[in-house]
Design a protein. Structure first.
Length: 568
């Protein structure tokens, strides 16, 4: 698959050119990060959180630009790997053209953000010009953003039936991808609309085969009866499966794995050997299903503030209080629950511990269980605009007794609940990026097919320039997001990549909002109808920037803070 677009210059030289342009943009970001650091260092030489809050806007823009530029770097690597894999030829490969376009857009976007308040970013006119106004950069951005190039790519993509650039996966992962893609198309997609519109629980026809295929044990080592080869990480495998299932439905398939992923990571990080032996084999085969109860009515992003009360009694703990947004909390037989075991004011996150709270499983929108061990746990599903299929519950703990054996980490785990939450969520971010990629692919396929079918003013929609430009940008953004996610997954397999996982989560989730919006827009009035899948894709995509690290919290407290702290 190749495009006859860049024959005048060798594609590999063009990629080197792109790299140098992207590098300049990165340099400007580094300069700015150092500048903000200099403004926010307190007398003891440490970064001051309250000072940093005075620079939220620039911090957010730096975080988002860093994510986009990191994605551009990934695209340069991807283009190089494509040529290595496919061999030399005169014309540019589709993947190389997409990489060039994406780099041009990322640099242009970064330029616009920084130019709006150049002085606040601490960039002198000269520094800004060196980064963004050299002939090299200006020509590159103009060339790869020109309408004719976008139209050519749009036309090319229109002929591909929703197929996009090469996924560049090894054979094992490709087989995995294809089998879950088939499952999503044949089993999930036909049921997804019904589940969404009638707000139903995911049926057994989806749940059972996913359990049988081992999806719940993807992050659980073989020695605990999971699928993970002992001693090895396989984030990429989890990413590929999540993406394909999310293409079928975000809520009724792709997000199912998130819960065992979070629980197993928390258990592996903090559980005693006995707890791992007991729980991990059960979670791997969804016996029982599990859910995560961290968020409270008054505390979401601010995990350290959680206050669900756990009081020590003979043989265990008694839990009282409320959790909210506990997704799949009805169907689940065990809830990973963060509670305050030490009420001493001022202890903050150090007063939190993690419990595994057992309860009976149920399918409806409400539950109330008098527990054998003592106490009552009840829940009510929160009506939501999308993300339907698992139901997200308000959960109430009324004198719920939890034995000592269910305190994560045992005695040694006391006060470490916050860290176990973070360990659990470390895989959640990259997985959410994969979820965003799956939703984008689904929306993109619909946008392509509708552009081919629909006639307006006597011509098919796909003949118009504006439609073609949209399709080209969709292909470019989605490919960048996918390849960025894969590259971070590979990094995480080597035990690295935590910061990159936050960057890609931020980038992929925002991208999915734009892409699903445009796919919906291409459908005109039909896009607004409940019966078209694109309306669901758009609504579902909206939630991705809210959970697993709300966009602003992630950008400010995790990404910007760390980038600024580590700036030269
Ligand atoms: C459909 C759905 C499913 C969910 N499933 C689960 C689940 O299974 N388990 C679970 O525990 N939770 C779950 N959640 C909860 C989710 O993780 C929280 O909604 C999220 O952490 C945000 O918390 P919050 O809603 O309390 O928002 P808040 O923390 O109140 O934040 C409100 C807004 O303020 C922004 N903000 C935060 N800090 C700052 C700051 N310093 N400066 C500027 N802006 C800031 C946030 O980004 C956000 O936009 C789910 C949520 C939804 C919507």
């Amino acid at each position: 698959m190749s495009l006859d677009m860049s024959s005048s210059q060798k594609a590999s030289d063009l990629i080197s050119h792109a790299r140098s342009v992207v590098e300049q943009a990165q340099h400007a970001l580094n300069t700015s990060l150092s500048y903000i650091k200099s403004l926010c260092i307190n007398e003891s030489g440490r970064l001051s959180g309250s000072k940093l809050d005075e620079y939220q806007l620039v911090s957010y823009e730096l975080a988002y630009s860093s994510a986009e530029i990191a994605a551009a770097n990934t695209m340069c690597n991807y283009a190089t790997q494509i040529r290595e894999a496919k061999g030399d030829q005169d014309n540019a490969y589709l993947e190389e053209e997409i990489a060039l376009m994406f780099c041009a857009e990322a640099v242009q976007n970064t330029r616009s953000r920084l130019s709006a308040r150049q002085n606040e970013f601490g960039l002198s006119t000269e520094q800004f010009s060196t980064a963004f106004e050299t002939d090299n950069t200006v020509k590159f951005c103009q060339e790869y953003q020109q309408t004719s190039k976008l139209v050519e790519l749009g036309n090319f993509m229109l002929d591909q039936d929703g197929r996009t650039a090469d996924y560049l996966l090894d054979e094992d992962k490709e087989i995995m991808r294809e089998s879950f893609q088939r499952f999503a198309s044949d089993v999930v997609m036909p049921k997804a609309e019904h589940i969404h519109r009638d707000d139903l629980m995911i049926p057994d026809e989806i749940l059972k085969p996913l359990v049988e295929m081992g999806c719940f044990g993807l992050s659980i080592p073989e020695k605990y009866d999971g699928l993970l080869v002992d001693g090895k990480e396989d984030n990429l495998g989890m990413i590929v499966v999540t993406e394909e299932l999310s293409r079928g439905s975000l809520a009724a398939a792709g997000s199912l794995i998130t819960r065992p992923e979070i629980l197993s990571r928390a258990l592996l990080a903090g559980g005693t050997e006995e707890q791992k032996q007991h729980w991990l084999p059960k979670l791997a085969w969804a016996e029982p299903f599990c859910a995560v109860a961290i968020t409270e009515p008054d505390f979401g992003s601010d995990v350290a503030g959680m206050k669900l009360k756990a009081e020590k009694v003979d043989g265990g703990w008694v839990l009282n209080g409320a959790k909210t947004w506990c997704t799949f909390g009805g169907k689940a037989g065990v809830l990973l629950t963060l509670a305050r075991t030490n009420p001493e004011p001022g202890l903050g996150h150090k007063g939190l511990s993690m419990f595994l709270v057992e309860k009976p499983s149920s399918d409806g929108h409400e539950f109330r269980h008098e527990l054998e061990r003592g106490g009552v746990i009840s829940g009510k599903a929160i009506p939501t605009i999308g993300y339907r299929g698992m139901h997200s519950f308000d959960v109430f703990f009324d004198n719920v007794f939890v034995p000592d054996s269910h305190l994560l980490g045992g005695e040694a785990g006391l006060g470490k609940g916050f860290y176990y939450t973070m360990a659990g969520f470390s895989g959640g971010r990259i997985q959410t990026a994969a979820r965003a990629n799956g939703v984008m692919q689904a929306a993109y396929e619909k946008a392509i097919s509708y552009s081919k079918e629909r006639k307006v003013f006597g011509q098919r929609l796909g003949n118009y320039q504006l439609t073609l430009v949209k399709l080209a940008r969709m292909a470019s953004l989605m490919t960048a997001s996918r390849q960025f996610t894969y590259s971070v997954g590979r990094l995480m397999d080597e035990g690295k990549g935590q910061m990159e996982a936050s960057l890609v989560k931020l980038f992929a989730c925002k991208s999915s909002e734009w892409l699903t919006r445009e796919a919906m827009q291409i459908h005109g009035g039909m896009g607004y109808a409940e019966e078209s899948a694109v309306s669901r894709y758009w609504i579902d995509a909206r939630v991705l920037s809210i959970f697993e690290g709300a966009e602003e919290t992630l950008a400010l407290k995790v990404i910007a803070r760390s980038l600024i702290e580590n700036a030269a």
